[in-house]
Design a binder for this molecule. Structure first.
Ligand code: PLP
Length: 454
């Protein structure tokens, strides 16, 4: 693309450092400027229309033009555009949201703490877990169990929990993490190993690691019910039951990172419902407010809250909190998002649309580039390979994903390459005919990508 002087493209290229973008390439390529949205579609400033098959970043549950959210934000802006929650200050939207979240979540939650991003929620979880260990007189209980290919965010502590190479390369790490095998049967299962045997092997790995490190040194296990950015990895049969049994045995807290899974994505309200997980803490964001406002929350049960309360009482205050914690406009938008998800039965709708999407993707299983189709509810991925036997793509991992993604954009839809897997996570409001449109464009994209290899 030629970048015109003083155009928005030129100004962006000159002044804007983008996350998850190669800065040198950006100087050459410039931005793809998105100007407006309508339902599951977004439009660029050249008038091109795209199906947003990622709901932005797994996040715009209600699509890109829900006027009820705009109205909720406007009304709250006019009444009280900002207030904080320090020093006993409260307001209606935050109290309402805390009540709603604590009561709708699985696992007997007790309190909600508000943050502004998934990473902040994860950071807060780590801090409060360490605080709790200190409160319990167990200052050595600090290590965190995480999985390879997990995604828990990018702040200093959260990035340490994330298990993807680009989040660690050349960045320093400060959190003591213990890293486990990614529960991806297709990729990590051994020759001849059944799914149940794979689960058992991972459970053994977990238990062996706990015993080797010393259970008294391990504070918590963080896990996404379905790993999202690491490749949409659904757990093997029996995985969460086996993990929970071991964590219970060794008195290790379980934090369910529901930042992607929460609010209907997996076909039930939470990923914890889908996989029968009873967490001690849950992190929520993204679909919480349909991402119309930055918003996130950390829920905790009494097992976490009580020692924390006692410790803070001794000290005189809980020395943690953000200027934007429980932002009234963000909370008002989140409250309205949850009302819409409930009133419009969007969880059931997502389950039905997800079946349609995954059936369509499964129909492409025989395509020479399709190695695995995976997913649950309305979240899916297609792993691209050039050799189905060896489950490999091109010599440079990720190249086939990037090539296919570039074609997808030309073909009018946004997926997301996760190395060589293409992700699908459309707004929950997507309809059957829009999924069919997406599937047609994806099939064409696969054919073109194959042709490029020949
Ligand atoms: N946790 C999970 C499961 C996520 O998918 C993400 C973001 O994609 C995060 C945490 C971090 O959220 P944020 O980007 O809002 O910091």
């Amino acid at each position: 693309m030629t970048i015109r002087p003083n155009s928005i493209e030129a100004r962006d290229t000159a002044f804007h450092l983008h996350g998850y973008t190669n800065p040198a390439a950006h100087l050459e390529i410039g931005p793809l400027v998105i100007e407006r949205g309508d339902g599951v579609h977004v439009f660029d400033n050249q008038g091109n229309k795209y199906i947003e098959a990622m709901a932005g970043l797994w996040s715009a549950a209600l699509g890109f033009s829900e006027t009820r959210l705009v109205d909720a934000a406007t009304k709250q802006m006019k009444a009280l555009p900002y207030y904080h929650s320090f020093a006993h200050r409260g307001h209606t939207p935050a109290a309402e949201l805390a009540d709603t979240l604590v009561n709708m979540a699985p696992g007997n939650m007790s309190k909600a703490f508000f943050t502004n991003s998934g990473s902040e929620a994860i950071d807060t979880a780590i801090k409060l877990i360490w605080y709790r260990s200190n409160a319990l007189g167990k200052p050595e209980k600090k290590k965190i169990l995480v999985r390879n290919r997990a995604y828990h965010g990018v702040t200093v502590a959260a990035a340490a929990l994330t298990g993807l190479p680009a989040n660690h390369a050349s960045f320093d790490q400060i959190v003591p993490t213990l890293r486990l095998t990614c529960p991806h049967y297709w990729r990590e299962g051994l020759d001849g190993e059944t799914e149940e045997q794979f689960t058992n092997r991972l459970a053994e790995e977990l238990e062996n690691m706990i015993v080797a490190e010393g259970p008294e040194t391990i504070a918590a296990f963080f896990g996404e019910p379905v790993l999202g950015a690491g490749g949409v990895v659904t757990p093997p049969k029996g995985y969460w039951a086996a993990v929970q049994k071991i964590l219970k045995k060794y008195d290790i807290l379980l934090v369910a990172d529901e930042v992607i899974c929460g609010f209907g994505r997996t076909g039930q309200m939470f990923g914890c419902n889908t996989y029968d997980i009873t967490p001690d803490m849950m992190t929520l964001s993204k679909q919480l407010s349909s991402s119309y406002m930055p918003s996130s929350a950390l829920l905790m049960n009494e097992r976490v809250f009580e020692p924390l309360m006692n410790e803070a009482n001794k000290i005189g205050t809980l020395g943690h909190g953000y200027t934007g914690s429980g932002h009234p406009v963000a909370c008002a938008v989140a409250n309205e998002t949850i009302r819409i998800i409930r009133e419009d039965n969007l969880v059931e709708h997502a389950a039905a649309m997800g079946e349609h999407l995954r059936a369509g993707l499964n129909n492409l299983s025989d395509h020479p580039l399709v190695g695995e189709v995976r997913g649950v509810g309305l979240i899916a991925a297609v792993e691209l390979v050039t050799n189905k036997e060896t489950k490999t793509a091109l010599e440079k991992p990720g190249k086939l994903g990037l090539q296919t993604n570039a074609l997808a954009i030309e073909n009018g839809f946004f997926s997301r390459p996760m190395m060589d897997a293409m992700a699908f996570c459309p707004p929950l409001i997507i309809q059957t005919h829009e999924i069919d449109d997406l599937l047609g464009r994806f099939e064409k994209t696969l054919d073109q990508s194959l042709a490029q290899l020949q």
